[in-house]
Design a protein around this ligand. Structure first.
Ligand code: GLU
Length: 494
């Protein structure tokens, strides 16, 4: 029987779920689904000062919105602290760890000396050789101590194979006897992380490349604890255009998953985009359905080079990676309407433009309208902004500057013509596209201008926009009453 694939996403809730964290979560989830495995969600909340329940909720909400379902958890690391300490005690008992009584001051002094000699400081293991009696004596005297792991001595090395970065060697002599339990009895994160992964029988540790440096120490812990090693899969990092790591501290909200949600991204568009960051497929394909990803995703295509996410923190407006926007635009245009419907509904609800009839007797009109206007949209929020003329009764619209200049102000007579056209629309027996077109062409002939002048003028007045779908279809979609009211309002626009 082959071993069960068990992976985990282990965020520290000291910040919201951001682009980098989401990428880690997504790849773990994909790998689990690809191999009929399990995704475990573990909240690494032992940094109690910086972890908040708000952040935890945000992470859970963000994962749910992305469509990432976990199979076990959320487990909370803080619930297992006793287990982490017990593991350290086992290591003491088995001779893999020792108590170190060196005070902060002593260590600082040694560190200073090393600095003066321009040497790297590494703990000199002075407590490693203490006899049992000496240890007992110091403990009895109430001397505080930390617990350190005994790193093997000699010429050996930790050697492991990372699924992305290949074979990695770290000499024992380059690893210090690191602390696993603090003087206040608190286990260190490195230990907790290993104990939890071992207990949860994690088969593959898929995480950011910033975990690579800790891996040799963690491997020593696995070995000392007699636990089976997982496969390590380190993912390249996501950087901003200035090559700084994407982080809450540097980029604020601009890299938060909730930001993309609020700014009109479809979750799958973001998932698709994030999978492509740092992963190449042989065909250089860009658009992947869930099933396609399950078929072709593999660690082999994961790049070692860090990827760049084009976030621009100096732009006060919403600006994000153009590739991400294009991806979103693709899904906006191609998603089956019934799937898009709830997202558009949410946007319209946010701005008070949603009507219950859109889910009822006007549903067909609603879906047709969404289909008509989505071709040029990039974000869901466009339905509430650019789409406003279609969903509101507003008479006064925001007119784009270009539309005003090119299609209104150049033809001042439109302020007389369009109200006249409104009268004709009002009495048109058959308000069909063909009849509307004929009426407008006849009208243009009568006032002796090219039909384009009338057509573009009407477009500017009833949509506020320079371009868009075919005008006759726009007129029937917006509907006679609203079109007539807006055309009658034309003189106020001059
Ligand atoms: N809690 C760690 C983080 O958020 C996870 C490290 C790991 O996956 O091992 O960076």
């Amino acid at each position: 029987m082959t071993e069960e694939i068990r992976v985990r996403f282990a965020p520290s809730p000291t910040g919201y779920l951001h682009i980098g964290g989401a990428r880690t979560a997504i790849l773990n989830w994909l790998y689990a689904r690809q191999h009929n495995g399990k995704l475990i969600l573990r909240i690494e909340d032992t940094d109690t000062e910086r972890s908040t329940t708000e952040m935890i909720q945000g992470i859970l909400d963000g994962l749910k919105w992305l469509g990432i379902e976990w199979d076990e958890g959320p487990y909370y690391q803080s619930d297992f602290i006793k287990e982490h300490v017990a593991a350290a005690e086992r290591l003491l008992a088995s001779g893999h760890a020792y108590k170190c009584f060196c005070s902060k001051e002593e260590l600082e002094e040694k560190r200073e000396k090393a600095r003066a000699l321009k040497e790297d400081f590494r703990y000199d293991r002075s407590c490693r050789g203490l006899s049992e009696a000496e240890v007992a004596e110091r403990e009895a005297a109430g001397q505080p101590f930390v617990i350190r792991l005994k790193v093997p001595e000699g010429d050996g090395a930790v050697v492991f194979e990372d699924a992305v970065y290949g074979s990695i060697t770290k000499r024992y002599q380059d690893i210090e006897d690191f602390v696993i339990v603090r003087a206040n009895g608190q286990p260190l994160y490195l230990l907790s992380n290993v104990v939890d992964d071992a207990r949860d029988r994690i088969s593959h540790v898929i995480r950011g490349q910033d975990g690579l440096g800790n891996t040799p120490k963690q491997i020593l812990l696995y070995q000392a604890l007699g636990e089976k090693l997982p496969v390590f899969v380190h993912m390249s990092l996501t950087l901003d255009p200035k090559r700084a790591k994407i982080s809450k501290r540097t980029h604020g909200e601009l890299v938060a998953i909730h930001f993309y949600r609020e700014h009109g991204f479809l979750p799958w568009a973001l998932v698709n985009f994030l999978v492509l960051l740092g992963w190449s497929n042989p065909e250089s394909k860009e658009i992947f359905s869930y099933d396609e990803l399950l078929e072709v995703f593999s660690f082999a295509g994961m790049n070692r080079a860090n990827s760049v996410f084009n976030v621009n923190k100096n732009d006060p407006k919403f600006i994000t990676d153009p590739k991400a926007i294009n991806m979103n635009s693709h899904y906006l245009k191609t998603l089956p309407l019934a799937e898009l419907e709830p997202y558009v509904r949410r946007e319209l609800e946010k701005v008070g433009l949603w009507q219950t009839s859109y889910a009822d007797d006007k549903r067909e009109w609603f879906l047709n309208t969404v289909d008509l206007i989505r071709a040029r949209y990039h974000l869901l929020t466009d339905f509430a902004t650019l789409g406003r003329p279609y969903f509101s009764d507003d008479v006064e619209l925001i007119i784009e500057d270009k539309a005003r200049r090119k299609n209104l102000e150049k033809f001042p007579s439109l302020s007389e013509w369009l109200p006249q056209l409104a009268d004709r629309f009002e009495s048109l027996a058959d308000f069909s596209e063909a009849a509307i077109e004929e009426l407008m062409r006849t009208f243009a002939d009568e006032v002796e201008v090219k039909p384009g002048v009338i057509i573009n003028g009407v477009r500017a007045v009833i949509t506020g926009q320079l371009a868009g779908p075919g005008l006759f279809e726009i007129v029937t979609t917006i509907g006679r009453e609203r079109v007539v009211a807006r055309l009658r309002h034309t003189p106020q626009l001059f």
